[in-house]
Design a protein around this ligand. Structure first.
Ligand SMILES: C[S@@+](CC[C@H](N)C(=O)[O-])C[C@H]1O[C@@H](n2cnc3c(N)ncnc32)[C@H](O)[C@@H]1O
Length: 214
């Protein structure tokens, strides 16, 4: 059974895998996820964006968007994004996961891997197209708000930032709430924050943020 859900982008459905209702996209499998015909389960426990969609956050995604994805790792989430989006630029600075990312890119002509540091957007500004619709960020590094601010230049004025903030990447000792507040405060001059939600059920100590450029 496949169900469409108005809050999900076109190309993302709810579908039953092994008796469990899961998010799914259509594409080649990447990380050993269950498949059913051309559908592949999107494991929200391994994907912050998947968790944001599962929790019903208003991501503004409708399908077909141009996406800049920061912190692509080995392609788990960005491969699902490329299954429903348009041109998808995947930035990752660690060479090891990029080898797997290249495999995920092979059957996806709209997915472009960039072995780059997301703190240095000037190093990929010549490749990424202007006015992206969506900036997805999951870098799990210190200075997550600063990375989002630096990459604002790629977003259209009415675009969306979909950010996963990991508290322990900022300060292992600080209370998660304090880190979340500080991160949102650092975003505020550059972005209007539309929604925040703890991703707890899927990702401990992570905050999902939806924002739009000011
Ligand atoms: C939590 S993992 C990302 C998981 C991935 N988003 C997914 O859901 O499939 C964080 C990734 O961010 C990468 N990263 C951290 N700092 C970075 C930076 N400054 N530039 C690019 N990538 C970075 C790490 O190497 C790591 O692969």
């Amino acid at each position: 059974m496949t169900g469409t859900d108005a809050s999900l982008p076109a190309g993302v459905v709810r579908r039953e895998f092994d008796g469990r209702d899961r998010l799914a996209t259509r594409g080649e499998p990447v990380y050993g996820e269950p498949t059913d015909g051309e559908w592949r389960a999107w494991d929200a426990g391994r994907s912050k964006l998947g968790g944001m969609l599962e929790l019903g956050m208003e991501t503004g995604l409708s399908g077909g968007e141009t996406v800049l994805y920061l912190g692509a790792a080995n392609g788990t989430t960005v491969s699902h994004v490329a299954d429903f989006a348009g041109a998808t630029y995947a930035v990752e600075f660690s060479p090891r996961p990029v080898r797997d990312l290249l495999d995920a890119c092979e059957p996806r002509p709209n997915l472009f891997p960039l072995l780059k540091d997301a703190r240095r957007p000037e190093t990929y500004a010549h490749v990424v197209e202007a006015d992206c619709d969506v900036l997805v960020q999951d870098v799990a590094t210190r200075g997550q708000a600063d990375v989002a601010v630096r990459n604002r230049r790629f977003l259209a004025d009415d675009g969306r930032l979909l950010l996963a903030v990991k508290t322990r990447s900022e300060d292992v000792a600080a209370a998660p709430e304090a880190v979340f507040e500080e991160t949102v405060a650092d975003l505020e001059p550059t972005y209007e924050v539309l929604e925040t939600r703890r991703l707890g059920r899927f990702h401990e100590d992570h905050l999902g943020v939806v924002a739009t450029p000011r």
